[in-house]
Write a protein that binds this ligand. Structure first.
Ligand code: SF4
Length: 324
């Protein structure tokens, strides 16, 4: 088997923007604009960026909830970006998603048993008795009592609801789970419990994760490697420790400077990023971070920097003229 579980090459997802009385497409929202990445079996890749940078769209393209505009997505060496509905069904056994808000992602009119059993029914697995046993087994794996089966999502706390979502996501023994901000809506005290559960499940089932978050502090403890995304593009990648110790890109540096330090004696100068993320419909020319970059030089508003080898990490990449 390939050492690479998932390989994404130059992936683009451009949504048409319709305008005028005739609703003609005159512009495109370039939510994902030429992304390449790899994930190995059992590995966690953290994908970090501000809201609106396209990270959730990228996750949905990989899960094939969206059909990408162009580019390649290979899963275990097989191209899946162009698969039709029938072939997609088999692929979805191997890739699952966990969403940010379990209250929205779980059907409130279904019992917990119905919610967790649904993917097993869709994939035609087992008979009723086998599925009922499997649902209880999954509840036990995620730390919920078997009596939960007949209850409804609104009867649970936010953390418990996310456990139900996780039970559903592992029901088919997937190889890759796309975790789309799975702890962002939870209290800080509950966040670490869910993160620990995800780490335990990864060890037990050799799962790979694409872990999407807007907060670098959250991905720090769970990721082997980290990719930083800005306005539809990846601007820096590297192993988790090196990114935290020696980030090269000014955007990554400012995200890291915003993480609260547990050691009050360790001083880090906060590097504020001014303004909001520009619209992906009309991204700035040159380096698309230049209107907000505290270190921008003249060249930055004209030339597009390319991802090239990072000086900090032999496997890392960074796109910035200052580290060319
Ligand atoms: Fe800043 Fe220029 Fe580097 Fe872009 S290329 S991150 S604007 S210094």
């Amino acid at each position: 088997m390939s050492k690479v579980l998932l390989e994404v090459q130059d992936l683009k997802m451009h949504f048409p923007v319709k305008e005028g009385i005739l609703l003609r497409t005159s512009k495109y929202n370039k939510a994902v604009d030429g992304i390449s990445l790899e994930i190995a079996p059992g590995e966690t890749l953290g994908l970090v960026g501000e809201s609106g940078c396209g990270k959730s769209t990228l996750g949905r393209c990989i899960a094939r909830l969206y059909k990408p505009t162009s580019g390649s997505i290979k899963f275990e060496g097989e191209e899946i970006s162009l698969l039709g509905a029938n072939a997609l069904s088999a692929y979805r056994r191997h890739i699952q998603m966990i969403f940010q808000d379990p209250m929205e992602s779980l059907n409130s009119r279904h019992t917990v048993a119905e919610i967790i059993e649904e993917p097993l029914i869709v994939q035609n697995m087992g008979d009723t008795a086998w599925r009922a046993k499997r649902v209880k087994e999954l509840l036990d794996i995620v730390g919920l009592p078997a009596r939960s089966v007949s209850r409804y999502p609104f009867e649970f706390s936010g953390g418990q609801r996310q456990r139900i979502g996780i039970a559903r996501s592992i029901a088919l023994n997937p190889k890759l789970i796309i975790c789309d901000e799975p702890v962002s809506a939870l209290d800080v005290s509950i966040q670490s419990q869910i993160l620990n559960l995800l780490v335990d499940l990864q060890k037990e089932f050799n799962l790979s994760y694409l872990f999407i978050a807007h907060d670098l502090a959250v991905v720090k403890h769970i990721s082997d490697r980290i990719a930083i995304m800005y306005l539809g593009k990846i601007v820096e990648t590297g192993d988790s420790q090196t990114i935290y110790r020696n980030a090269q890109h000014p955007y990554t540096q400012s995200l890291i400077s915003a993480i609260p330090m547990p050691d009050p004696h360790r001083k880090v100068t906060r590097q504020l990023i001014i303004g909001d993320v520009p619209s992906p419909i009309a991204p700035p020319p040159g380096c698309n971070f230049h209107p907000r970059c505290p270190r921008a030089i003249e060249r930055c508003s004209v030339d597009v920097p390319q991802l090239s080898a990072s000086k900090a990490d032999s496997t890392g990449l960074v796109s910035c003229h200052l580290v060319d």
